[in-house]
Design a protein around this ligand. Structure first.
Ligand SMILES: NC(=O)c1ccc[n+]([C@@H]2O[C@H](COP(=O)([O-])OP(=O)(O)OC[C@H]3O[C@@H](n4cnc5c(N)ncnc54)[C@H](O)[C@@H]3O)[C@@H](O)[C@H]2O)c1
Length: 332
């Protein structure tokens, strides 16, 4: 008589908002998860599935893992978050229960770094300003004052996942890379081709300043009027991080006064900007609606990154992207 198959070791619960469930967890991701147990949506799971669950795959739109939710998941060991930040998802209660948490922030970082590198190239050739000018004036602009890439100084504020991928992509080019990060080792940065400097020095020396710090109580408004006033002539400020890092009133005033400066803002505060906001009326600002991270076809990367971690967990291997509570105060 054939040996019956071993019972699945766990139910794999999923909790991804309806808007993203299909794109973050497409069939290819679900098939990978299903190799480790029945895949069941947390919202519709019966008591048996909840009781058997050792793994929960979360994503944008997942419920907060508070005591009430955790009480329903007595065997939960691993939360594999198929998105970036776990702020607002994982509570002190979850850490206290010893639940391990991994994040797909590294997979999301790839998209933001690609966006940033693209914007650096566009910035040094004034491409966005030229395109906006042509549309506004109904006439082709001239080519004066284009800096070009070679010898440009690119300053990265915050040297975490996204900034490091951005630096790695820019390093082979003829650019000088500066960074500012109070928590990153200067020697490690040097080995990545980046010179860590103080924020004022970075702002004053960079042709392109790109913001990659997390929004925390300590970083809110870190680019205020005084800091923004240090920007070098004809510099471009790129913000793909969080709008709250930059004082928007000060930025709008500065950009109105100094037409040589340009800003690329993928994130704003508030988001979206309300109609009539001063930044919406300026010709030296290029605004995008928070599109730098994984979107559309890129969202499946997040699910696959979570599945990678579930596979490592199931094989008893070390997790590669475990989030530790002590990192949270200074990371995204
Ligand atoms: N636009 C988007 O779609 C999108 C997508 C993903 C992430 N983000 C944002 O991008 C930013 C960077 O994300 P990440 O994944 O690289 O984060 P990360 O946590 O890997 O890196 C953040 C870095 O900032 C550093 N830092 C902390 N305080 C600082 C300070 N006062 N000054 C300078 N550096 C400081 C930390 O030491 C860390 O190295 C975050 O704000 C995140 O929310 C935006």
């Amino acid at each position: 008589m054939p040996t019956p198959p071993a019972a699945p070791p766990t139910t794999i619960l999923t909790a991804v908002g309806e808007e993203w469930a299909g794109s973050v967890l497409p069939a290819a991701v679900r098939d990978r998860l299903a190799a480790h147990g029945p895949v069941v949506d947390l919202a519709t799971a019966d008591d048996g599935a909840l009781a058997a669950a050792r793994v929960l795959v979360t994503g944008w739109g997942a419920p907060v893992l508070d005591a009430a939710t955790l009480d329903r998941l007595p065997r939960l060991e691993l939360v594999a978050h198929a998105a970036g930040s776990v702020w607002g998802l994982v509570t002190p209660e979850a850490w206290a229960r010893g639940v391990r948490v991994t994040s797909a922030a590294h997979a999301n970082a790839r998209a933001v770094a690609d966006f940033t590198v693209s914007m650096v190239h566009l910035a040094v050739k004034n491409v966005l300003r030229l395109g906006l000018t042509a549309a506004q004036k109904h006439a082709m602009p001239g080519r004066d004052g284009i800096r070009g890439l070679d010898g440009a100084v690119v300053g990265l504020v915050g040297f975490g996942l996204i900034a490091r991928l951005t630096a790695a992509a820019l390093r082979p080019l003829d650019v000088r890379l500066l960074g500012h990060d109070p928590y990153y080792d200067a020697g490690d940065a040097r080995r990545a081709g980046v010179e860590l400097v103080g924020l004022p020095e970075l702002l004053a020396a960079s042709d392109v300043v790109s913001v990659h710090a997390p929004l925390t109580d300590g970083t809110r408004g870190m680019l205020g009027a005084a800091e923004l006033g240090l920007l070098a002539p004809s510099a471009t400020l790129i913000n793909t991080a969080r709008g709250g890092l930059v004082d928007h009133d000060a930025l709008a005033r500065l950009l109105a006064d100094r037409e040589d400066l340009f800003a690329v803002l993928d994130v704003t505060d508030p988001e979206p900007l309300p109609a009539g906001h001063p930044l919406l009326g300026l010709s030296n600002v290029f605004l995008t609606p928070h599109v730098a991270g994984s979107l559309g076809t890129e969202e499946a990367r997040l699910g696959h990154a979570a599945a990678d971690e579930v596979e490592r967990w199931a094989a008893g291997e070390p997790l590669r992207h475990e989030v530790r509570p002590e990192q949270l105060p200074f990371t995204a």
